[in-house]
Design a protein around this ligand. Structure first.
Ligand SMILES: Cc1cc2nc3c(=O)[nH]c(=O)nc-3n(C[C@H](O)[C@H](O)[C@H](O)COP(=O)(O)O)c2cc1C
Length: 292
């Protein structure tokens, strides 16, 4: 079966909502999809190994999504190609539009299993994992989310390794693992990543990520770096309207207007209540599903 690579049909610059554990859960994603939909949404990261273990039920809840979120990409992490293969099959079976592999998370417990940012230190394994994910998800576009390097900026060596595996997209959180989120993101390196990709004649899309707080700023970054898209994370905190009208923000005066447009109090409270209700619904649905 030929599966469409949805990334190709998205208008540029692509505006993506970053995956954020304990934030962009199923309930919150539904709210975002309703009030201000980005071009692509990701699940919170989920352990591929965990999805294949005894305790899989609890993790499956993190892969609940609704059609309103499409295109929706499942983000997984693993340091084990076989697990990524099997979990990739599951992602395909669950009907996701894509699989994203986390190669940037600095969490020690994740790194201990060789996953997340630890893969930057092991490009050979990283490539095996991408191949396994592609094979398992058979035809679904596979993307990567990573950083500039581990202890230092290794973009020059790291990016070509990833590009060799021809992922559909690579999101670069423009900091190293060591920098965590403590220094401003190095957006000049996103620009360089685009130049490297072009020089290598790769078809992989490049998205930049780090510190972008508004759609207007995201558009500026896309213009400066010529990246195919921008991923915004923390900017959504308390503002599920972030992506509303992002396509219309074409000229300066409209941008100013939107920056100054605060939702009414009633809009905020209604959205807050809807979020709580959906969160409870997802929880109850899952409890019911795992009990039956
Ligand atoms: C609370 C929180 C949870 C996160 N969880 C994930 C995750 O599950 N997967 C991932 O790839 N990145 C995760 N990140 C990193 C974000 O996706 C993003 O790369 C980072 O916040 C920088 O972007 P920003 O400055 O726009 O927030 C998380 C960040 C935060 C703040």
């Amino acid at each position: 079966m030929v599966t469409e690579n949805f990334w190709r049909r998205l208008k540029r610059p692509i505006m993506a909502q970053a995956p954020m554990a304990n934030v962009t859960d199923a309930a919150f994603r539904r709210i975002i999809a309703k009030y201000g939909k980005p071009d692509v949404l990701f699940t919170e990261f989920v352990s591929a190994d965990g999805l294949l273990s005894e305790g899989r039920e609890a993790l499956l809840a993190e892969l609940i999504y609704s059609g309103s979120e499409r295109p929706i990409v499942a983000q997984l992490f693993s340091g084990n190609p076989e697990k990524m293969f099997e979990a990739g099959m599951l992602v395909k079976k669950l009907g996701f539009d894509g699989l994203d592999i986390n190669m940037g998370c600095p969490d020690r417990s994740i790194e201990k299993s060789g996953a997340g940012a630890a893969l930057i230190k092991n490009p050979r394994l990283a490539r095996e994992i991408i191949r396994a994910g592609k094979e398992g998800a058979s035809g679904l576009p596979v993307s990567i989310k990573t950083r500039l390097g581990y202890n230092r900026d290794e973009l020059e060596a790291w990016l070509p390794e990833l590009l060799e595996e021809r992922p559909a997209a690579i999101t670069i959180h423009a900091r190293t693992r060591k920098e965590m989120s403590k220094v401003p993101a190095h957006w000049d390196r996103v620009k360089h990543a685009v130049e490297m990709r072009d020089a290598l004649k790769s078809q992989t899309l490049i998205l930049g990520n780090g510190d972008v707080m508004s759609i207007a700023e995201a558009k500026e970054k896309a213009e400066e770096t010529e990246a195919d898209g921008i991923m915004l994370g923390r900017a959504i905190f308390g503002n599920p309207w972030l992506f509303a009208n992002s396509r219309e923000l074409a000229n300066e005066s409209v941008q100013k207007l939107m920056r100054n447009r605060l939702p009414k109090f009633s809009e905020i409270t209604t959205t807050y209540l809807t979020h709580t209700y959906k969160l409870e619904n997802v929880r109850m649905f899952f409890q019911f599903a795992s009990a039956s």
